[in-house]
Design a protein around this ligand. Structure first.
Ligand SMILES: Cc1ncc(COP(=O)(O)O)c(C=O)c1O
Length: 359
């Protein structure tokens, strides 16, 4: 097989070891005679997969006992609407921090359910930095404050958890969950699509504090109701069984790497070397404020954009895939999630230097 490095923003590369294990177990999961895809979700085999999945995520993120872990369908996008529908209760407003395209989508989703107070925005500088906490305008009457810790398209990441007093903090961690240590107890709700740091597409994880459950709007379908799903262990209907299984394998892989603390160090090193290579080059540049740069998604532009096509095609020929930036911002983007080995980032840096030397 050709050796490639896949820098896709998501769905994105999975650890080789996970793919190999899934391949080995494809036809016969642990002597059951069945593929995981063929199992009843109520059967003992799948129930054990589901239990290990939940236990491992709780352990890896040190999720306290007063939080429920849900795996729901509809991706992170469904949560843009179902968060307000579940947790507004008798409140009519929610605060949102706008740091880019994904924040904007979350705001749009919430607007069908409540008044949105945009407490801060970095739109004026094209989402290349995070608004200073001291400038945020927080409405104490709001039900919660939502932010996007890592903006996948713009490559902007919060390095710390913002202090918002008693307001429940809600975070879309789709593109940085499990990439760095976070204290779950500082959040009211964390959610993420599975298709970046956790596995393939097909589910969204929602980690929600008990006191935010049980106030859903009556019109909300049961399968999106956190209380009802929590009671049924996210199996109110048939879950995305194969996705759950693969996420479970990714979590076991992460535990074998030493968990979140160990992968965080690797992620720090990968991002540091790639940004250093970009910063010292005359051809490449990254527009994001240094303190707010993402460790997961590294956008960069070429000073001569007539070279974009040649850059992408040469990269592809040499096995560096999916480096094209999001269509809304152009340029390039290297997504370097947990599964991207350090050797992949080092190889990319060498390729970029060689391309610069020859063009
Ligand atoms: C930060 C962020 N939020 C939400 C989404 C949407 O996720 P989904 O496609 O699972 O709905 C993405 C997808 O890339 C994302 O990066």
């Amino acid at each position: 097989m050709t050796k490639v490095y896949n820098f896709s923003a998501g769905p994105s590369m999975l650890p080789q070891a996970v793919l190999k294990q899934a391949q080995a177990e494809m036809l016969d999961w642990q002597g059951s005679g069945m593929s995981v895809m063929e199992m009843s979700h109520r059967g003992a085999e799948f129930m054990s997969i589901a239990k290990t999945l939940h236990d491992d995520l709780r352990e890896l993120m040190a999720v306290p006992d007063n939080y429920q872990i849900l795996f729901l369908q509809g991706g992170a996008t469904a949560q843009f609407s179902f968060i307000p529908a579940n947790i507004l209760g008798d409140k009519h407003k929610a605060c949102y921090i706008n740091t880019g395209a994904w924040s904007e989508k979350a705001i749009k989703g919430a607007k069908s359910y409540c008044d949105v107070v945009v407490s801060a925005t970095s739109e004026a500088n094209n989402f290349t930095s995070i608004p200073e906490r001291s400038t945020w305008n927080i409405d104490e009457q709001a039900a919660y404050l939502h932010y996007t810790p890592n903006e996948t398209i713009h490559g902007v990441e919060f390095q710390d958890i913002p202090d918002v007093g008693d307001l429940p903090l809600v975070a879309d961690m789709s593109s940085n969950i499990l990439s760095r240590h976070i204290d779950v107890s500082k959040f009211g709700l964390i959610y993420a699509g599975t298709q970046k740091n956790m596995g393939p597409a097909g589910a969204a994880v929602v980690i929600v504090r008990d006191d935010l459950i049980g106030k859903a709007q009556k019109s909300l379908p049961d399968i999106f109701n956190y209380e009802k799903q929590a009671k049924q262990e996210s199996m109110l209907n048939t879950p995305a069984t194969y996705t759950w299984y693969l996420v479970g394998l990714v979590l076991q892989w992460l535990k074998a790497q030493g968990g979140v603390a160990a992968i965080e160090q690797i992620n720090q090193r990968k991002a540091k070397s790639l940004y250093a290579a970009i910063d010292q080059s005359a051809l490449y540049s990254n527009p994001v404020a240094v303190a707010d740069r993402s460790r997961m998604n590294v956008p960069f532009i070429l000073s001569d954009d007539t070279l974009d096509k040649a850059f992408l095609s040469t990269a592809k020929e040499q096995g560096f895939l999916a480096l094209k930036g999001h269509r809304s911002v152009g340029g390039m983007r290297a997504s370097i999630y947990n599964a991207m080995p350090e050797s992949g980032v080092e190889a990319l840096i060498q390729f970029m230097a060689e391309f610069e030397r020859t063009h």
